[in-house]
Design a protein. Structure first.
Length: 148
């Protein structure tokens, strides 16, 4: 149940970046787009859950769920996200675990950006809008994305 983990000063807390897969998304054509919503709640350990839609260039839409945890996170927040997906040759490569670490504070409203990838080197470059109050320390976090 997951897509992108969220935090990063109001942004997604995602994988250590696309550099882990040695992929430069600059100039690449997106393989699709994503849009969705994630809720976060935590006291020392944050839990996040939500859903979204992956839209392929053909116009086909695939719904997905998001679920994950992050250490050193306290508060309550709601995050809207959207972004582009790169290096997606097989649609089933989109699902899986995305890891990352980030730190930040969001009070009522915060915008952010993030780049993440999964083990299959599918890259998501996203933008977020977070509302709520949340403090997130520099600790690993991860989310699992699965088809709805």
């Amino acid at each position: 149940c997951a897509v992108v983990a969220l935090s990063l000063n109001g942004g997604l807390v995602l994988a250590d970046s696309h550099e882990a897969c040695k992929i430069d998304v600059e100039g690449m054509q997106p393989s699709g787009t994503i849009k969705g919503h994630v809720d976060n709640i935590g006291w020392m350990v944050g839990v996040r859950w939500g859903d979204g839609v992956l839209t392929l260039p053909s116009g086909e839409e695939k719904k997905f769920d998001i679920f994950g945890f992050k250490a050193l996170e306290t508060g309550l927040a709601s995050v809207e996200f959207e972004g582009e997906v790169y290096n997606l040759e097989n649609v089933d490569d989109f699902v899986g675990t995305y890891y990352g670490a980030g730190a930040g504070v969001a009070i009522m409203h915060g915008e952010g950006e993030a780049v993440l990838n999964n083990a299959r080197c599918v890259v998501v470059k996203g933008r977020t809008l977070k509302t709520g109050l949340q403090v997130s320390g520099p600790a690993p976090g991860g989310v699992e994305i699965s088809w709805d």
